[in-house]
Design a protein. Structure first.
Length: 61
């Protein structure tokens, strides 16, 4: 009988040890800083120049 009482009291004590998880949203807005370098236009111009150069000098390579 002591074993049953001990087991029940241990189970009740363990039930009280359940962790509580809370997600609290911030009242400040989220700030994302992006440092992005865009060089697509330069590459397109360079590719076009190279293409024109190869067309005008087919013996280049």
């Amino acid at each position: 009988m002591k074993y049953v009482i001990f087991t029940l009291s241990a189970a009740i004590a363990m039930a009280g040890c359940v962790p509580k998880v809370q997600i609290v949203p911030s009242d400040k807005p989220i700030k994302i800083e992006l440092n992005v370098k865009i060089d697509q236009e330069v590459r397109v111009r360079l590719d076009k120049d190279v293409e024109d150069l190869i067309e005008s000098n087919p013996d280049l390579f």
